[in-house]
Design a protein around this ligand. Structure first.
Ligand SMILES: N[C@@H](CCC(=O)N[C@@H](CS)C(=O)NCC(=O)O)C(=O)O
Length: 236
């Protein structure tokens, strides 16, 4: 089954609730061991926060380890839903993503966000806390690809990620593109020769900006990642 079409007349527009993060399980904890095949990602094609999880899954070669599906691109008052455009929910047959929340916590009052990491074995949400999801995908299942969160650079990566959140992800602040452009003048990625979690945090915001070729290094960097097969196919 899938949800009926978006119907703003009947259901009104989606009303964003207060962000709450009651689901903050971690892969690798006793409750959620890092077992291949056990977890599923619900993401939205249009959501840059969810896009990060898609990128990391691909970078680490986890396509056969963690399954993934998309909610529809549009919402009405019923929130994220599964429709024909992106397909039915292959795991639970839900029509609406809120069913995953209510299966986890009956009467759950918070807002319904993507990405969601779902535990197929216990039938509950592990996490909807997007920064934890990418870190856990990057570090808990082995997998190939770059070390996105190298132990000796975690503090620096966390610090830059925080800056990226406040100066780019939430809206570009004056001067921030110049700072990034300067940083990238002598390196292909934010931390040097290898892609890290910081690049995964930054790029989904950059590809949504109007063209900025005056920031040549940053512009080239955005194009470089666009060519990367873990990044490019995640964006229209
Ligand atoms: N701070 C965000 C992080 C993730 C996020 O923004 N996801 C968006 C889509 S890009 C979402 O599903 N938000 C829920 C909402 O709009 O109520 C949130 O929880 O809303």
């Amino acid at each position: 089954m899938t949800a009926s079409p978006v119907d703003l007349d009947t259901y009104g527009p989606y009303g964003r609730g207060t962000p709450t993060y009651p689901f903050q399980g971690r892969i690798g904890s006793p409750r959620f061991p890092a077992e291949p095949g056990r977890y599923h990602l619900y993401v939205a094609w249009v959501c840059p926060y969810a896009q990060r999880a898609v990128i990391v899954r691909r970078l680490k070669g986890l396509e056969d380890v963690v399954s993934l599906s998309y909610v529809d691109d549009e919402r009405d008052g019923r929130g994220w839903a599964f429709r024909q455009r992106r397909g039915a929910d292959p795991i639970n047959g839900f029509d609406f993503l809120e069913q995953a929340y209510h299966a986890t916590e009956p009467g759950y009052p918070g807002h319904i966000s993507v990405p969601v990491l779902w535990d197929k074995q216990q039938g509950v949400i592990v996490s909807n806390n997007y920064p934890d999801i990418t870190i856990d995908l990057a570090t808990r299942f082995g997998g190939g690809g770059p070390d996105l969160y190298p132990k000796d650079r975690r503090a620096e990566i966390d610090e830059l990620n925080d800056w990226i959140f406040h100066n780019v992800n939430k809206g570009v602040t004056p001067g921030s593109l110049e700072v990034l452009d300067d940083r990238l003048k002598d390196r292909p990625y934010l931390f040097g020769e290898e892609i890290t979690e910081a690049d995964v945090r930054l790029w989904p915001s950059l590809v949504r900006l109007a063209p900025f070729p005056e920031h040549k290094h940053l512009w080239d960097y955005t194009g470089r990642l666009r060519e990367h097969d873990a990044f490019g196919p995640t964006h229209a």
